[in-house]
Design a protein around this ligand. Sequence first.
Ligand SMILES: Cc1ncc(COP(=O)(O)O)c(C=O)c1O
Length: 329
Amino acid sequence: MPVAPTLVHGGSGPDFLEQYFPGAPKPWLDLSTGINPWAYPHDGVPEAAWTTLPAPSLMRDCRESAASYFGVPPDNLAILPGSQAAISLAPRLFSPRRVAVLTPTYGEHAQCCRHAGHDVAPVTWDRIGDADEDILVVTNPNNPDGRTWSRAELTSIIARRGARWTVIDEAFADVEPALSVGALPHAIVLRSFGKFFGLAGVRLGFAIAPLEIVGRLEQMIGPWAVSGPALAIGARAYRDTAWQQATRAKLTASTRRLRNLLERHGLTRVGGCDLFSLYEHRHADRLFHELCESGIYVRRFADNPHWLRFGLPPDDDALARLERVVASL
Ligand SMILES: Cc1ncc(COP(=O)(O)O)c(C=O)c1O
């Protein structure tokens, strides 16, 4: 049997794995991402958002709505096509220098910093307060282990770093909004629309940063980089506090069910947040293959073969499908 590559970006997984597991039952159940399976209702986008270039008023509306949700001044917000755009662009704001990237974390951070010519060193979770590099990159809550720093702890680390920059990736902070550090000098905070609102395909994200950084990021991305429908949906979603509260409760309950199932069948939890759970298993590789053969795709890790990361199953059928494989191990 050909070995499926260890690392596949979430979302492209099932398409890609199809060639290795052609007999897997369809449709694939994609648990490889940390995307909310119950997307924000995205109908009713005004016709003009599709047919005209994004109007300044639409950008302003989305900026104000998102800024109020993040608790930051609207001018400190760069609107981007996903937080990935900030991960790719922010390293290019600086001439080559020393960068410490929290490790393990989302692999794009180190990769994009290297592509921008920086000298990248890993830093473990407990040592980020000691990092003396010119730029420090932290993900909070972290992907894949869900570890968190409190707002107070992180704010004080950022303050101690003085004029050195800190990038805080808060792509998963919507499930724990109290963690967010907001707008701070010498900090670039990344926010993702796609994960908590379940609309990763819309491609909407933000960087919260000092004014000159916001200006430079928006200049780099160019005009109309974010689509009218993305702006319209984002503006509505960030104001919809009833949906946000109900969704947080649903994600917490669903995470509990997923964890009960996995732990009943001998998997050991390493960590996670309410959008994904990281588990350890002696036979993680075998479990990964058996899940693939049953049409279920979870995330595995090149540097830790005992880890598997599970996203939330969307319904009872998906949970039962997962349980059948896990129970047979
Ligand atoms: C920690 C982290 N940050 C940022 C991103 C990029 O997300 P998006 O561009 O959809 O906002 C991802 C995607 O998986 C991620 O895991």
